[in-house]
Design a protein around this ligand. Sequence first.
Ligand code: ADP
Length: 191
Amino acid sequence: MLNIILCGAPGCGKGTQSALLVEKYGLKHLSTGDLLRAEMQSGSEVGNKASEFISQGNLVPDAMIIEILLKAVDAESKDAAGFILDGFPRTVEQAIALEKAFEERNNKISFLIDVQVETEELITRLLKRGETSGRSDDNLETIKKRLEIYEEKTAPVNDFYKGLNKYYAINGIGQIEEIFGRISEVIDSTK
Ligand code: ADP
């Protein structure tokens, strides 16, 4: 199986690129942001708890998101060519749990792709998205908080995968198709 982590700061384009990867490589897309928003919309207990963290720009607790993610992995594993993980792992603790869980399932994470975009551009994109997304976390104050948390908690995940020799970085600036070309090149070069 081809199991790819798509990593990058909020607004880097992970969601857009994931949709293209699903089409080209037949992978299943698991976005923890989408899974959490579905929980919130359904008004579940987990969803209500998560919304307090999310609207403040904080991460939800590791134990909660690990359980949600692995449940989705197990539900979607049958007939899967592989997964694109979008928004997970976002902490080193999550990365360690993920590696262990995949090993227990006789599976493995192929590699992580880091989609790099500078902060100014991220803020511009997220504010623009906020005009139409209706998301409680797409406002300037919360965006700044999310970017800080990205640097503090999620950037170390990149180092963790560098240490495993499973890290690739691509430039996330340009046309959508152009960026997709860069990601595809990484995937095809590892086959
Ligand atoms: P972004 O556009 O910031 O990449 P997502 O849609 O992936 O946002 O996630 C939205 C919010 O959901 C995050 O800011 C965070 O509060 C929560 N969240 C998503 N994935 C995780 C995770 N792996 N660990 C903790 N919190 C998460």
